[in-house]
Design a protein around this ligand. Structure first.
Ligand SMILES: [Zn+2]
Length: 159
């Protein structure tokens, strides 16, 4: 039996964790920043992905709106596990193997994740990809997580 980590990770719990992190101060409309909202069922591809309607601007949004997880075919848990493996300083090749992804897919995911998880803006993603090679080299230095951390902190400062 070949066991993959994604087979034993619960998609529902991943959504709960994302909600806990993202809406830690309450649900906020990503369009107008209002905190007045009502629940509006769930996303049509996933019952764990809650939808909301803003009472102020009337627009709809969900748990993943304006995050890097939005608009990709991978399940949320694949992204979460990818983030976790990145935090262990695994290489793209190792992460790809653990998640059953091609190295190209994995490379695309880790580059996006290094940009940060929330409030994705297309222009910043483009700029970020230019920097990716440098980031990857830092992340590839095994046993030097502080170097990686330092780099990602300074990157956050730039945003
Ligand atoms: Zn709104």
């Amino acid at each position: 039996m070949i066991l993959q980590i994604k087979d034993i990770v619960d998609e529902r719990l991943c959504y709960e964790k994302v909600r806990e992190l993202r809406w830690s101060e309450g649900v906020k409309c990503p369009h107008c920043q209002s905190r007045e909202y009502k629940r509006h069922g769930h996303h049509n591809t996933c019952e764990h992905r809650y939808r909301y309607q803003c009472k102020k601007c009337k627009k709809y949004f969900d748990d993943l709106t304006n995050t890097v997880f939005q608009g990709h075919h991978q399940e949320l848990k694949v992204w979460i596990i990818c983030l976790y493996l990145m935090s262990l300083n695994l290489s793209n090749a190792q992460i790809a193997k653990e998640l059953g992804l091609t190295e190209n897919d994995c490379h695309a995911m880790t580059s996006l994740l290094r940009e940060g998880v929330y409030e994705k803006r297309p222009q910043e993603v483009l700029e970020g990809e230019v920097e990716f090679d440098e980031l990857y080299l830092v992340a590839g230095h095994k046993g030097k997580p502080s170097a990686v951390k330092k780099k990602s902190v300074s990157q956050d400062d730039d945003v």
